[in-house]
Ligand binder design. Structure first.
Ligand SMILES: NC(=O)c1ccc[n+]([C@@H]2O[C@H](COP(=O)([O-])OP(=O)(O)OC[C@H]3O[C@@H](n4cnc5c(N)ncnc54)[C@H](O)[C@@H]3O)[C@@H](O)[C@H]2O)c1
Length: 336
């Protein structure tokens, strides 16, 4: 039985509780949130539809301070869903106390903080993984697989979009302060940055343009990545300037187009350039949030090494967002 301490019981804390309750080999022994009102009652809405809390918090010990929880409960694993500006401090604290850590994305607010987490992981010899959930999102997995196998020929061009509104659910409104969340470019757009970097590798050059929004950070970004050797051109759009959330991609391969969008219904489709009717492509079932945690817990249990979500690679994704920041600031293409 893997003993879990959940830290941060807001939107994503509930999503992770919902996932963990599906596993027979784990038990949530304690929940920590600095806001006492988040630790009472049973039903609390999550920010992601379809992830309603099944978890009865009365079955766990509750704490308002992570240090006390670590000291008294000695969990094997901390699942952390805290505001981004404290990801690093709390992950380091938990690893130092002997826990393996699964922490939400972005890995941290800065690359230096990510490096501190990596050093703690190595020093205390713990597992550390970051919830870059697109790596486990079935349609995005299928796209990565199509790129890897070349089943439709080479990828020539890819556009990915992730657009939503400003967050209104967060504790003390931390999402809307770029000093705490990094703005949409780090909080939201990072998902596609991470997928592209992980599935396609490092581009030869990056250009980006962006606009400062109400967080005081870049809340609307358009990035163009170009790959060498006549590889793909990738356009990534991210924004908090639109109320309705949407995420989608369109991948133009030599012999087919793969499209995915959550509206009007989530589906991965294959289009034939010759004009044959679109074909719906079946993908793995199951939520990415459940699958990413299962993968991590199997790493903790020693069933396999963490090759799909190594923390170094999630650090590189944060670094890439800062490369885009540089392009936005200078108005120049950054060659890598
Ligand atoms: N993977 C995804 O799809 C996804 C989606 C949304 C958010 N996130 C990420 O998850 C993280 C959390 O986001 P959220 O939407 O759950 O935010 P939230 O504001 O709903 O929840 C954060 C919780 O942490 C608690 N908290 C704050 N400081 C604390 C402390 N010092 N000790 C203990 N508890 C503390 C708050 O009281 C709150 O309940 C963020 O990093 C965010 O970027 C990921």
């Amino acid at each position: 039985m893997i003993r879990i301490g959940l830290c941060g019981f807001g939107g994503l804390g509930h999503v992770h509780a919902d996932s963990l309750c599906r596993f027979e080999d784990v038990r949530i022994v304690a929940v920590c949130d600095k806001a006492p009102d988040r630790l009472t009652g049973k039903e609390v809405a999550t920010n992601l539809p379809g992830h309603e809390a099944h978890f009865d918090i009365r079955t766990a010990a509750t704490y308002t301070d992570l240090r006390a929880m670590l000291r008294r409960e000695r969990p094997d694993v901390i699942v952390s869903a805290l505001p981004t500006d404290i990801h690093a401090d709390y992950a380091v604290l938990a690893m130092k106390a002997g826990c393996h850590v699964f922490s939400e994305k972005p890995m941290a607010l800065t690359v230096a903080q990510c490096d501190r987490m990596l050093r703690a992981r190595d020093r205390y010899k713990r597992e550390l993984a970051i919830g870059q959930c697109l790596r486990f999102w079935p349609e995005y997995e299928a796209l990565a697989e199509a790129v890897r196998t070349g089943v439709h020929g080479r990828l020539r061009s890819l556009s990915m979009e992730r657009i939503g509104g400003y967050c209104n659910w967060s504790a003390d409104n931390w999402f809307n302060d770029a000093g705490r969340s990094g703005g949409a470019i780090l909080d939201l757009h990072l998902h596609d940055v991470d997928w592209a970097l992980h599935a396609l590798g490092r581009p030869a050059s990056v250009y980006a343009a962006g606009r400062v929004g109400q967080t005081g950070g870049i809340d609307d970004v358009t990035a163009v990545w170009e790959y060498s050797d006549n590889g793909p051109v990738v356009t990534l759009r991210g924004s908090w300037l639109h109320a309705q959330f949407t995420m989608n991609f369109r991948a133009l391969f030599e012999r087919a187009v793969l499209e995915y969008g959550i509206a009007p219904e989530p589906a991965l489709r294959k289009l034939d350039p010759a004009g044959a009717p679109a074909e719906r492509i079946p993908v793995e079932t199951g939520s990415a949030y459940v699958r990413e945690l299962r993968y991590f817990l199997d790493c903790v249990a020693g069933k396999h090494a963490n090759t799909r979500a190594a923390a170094e690679s999630t650090r590189d994704s944060v670094a890439m967002v800062y490369t885009e920041h540089r392009a936005i600031k200078t108005g120049r293409v950054v060659r890598l």
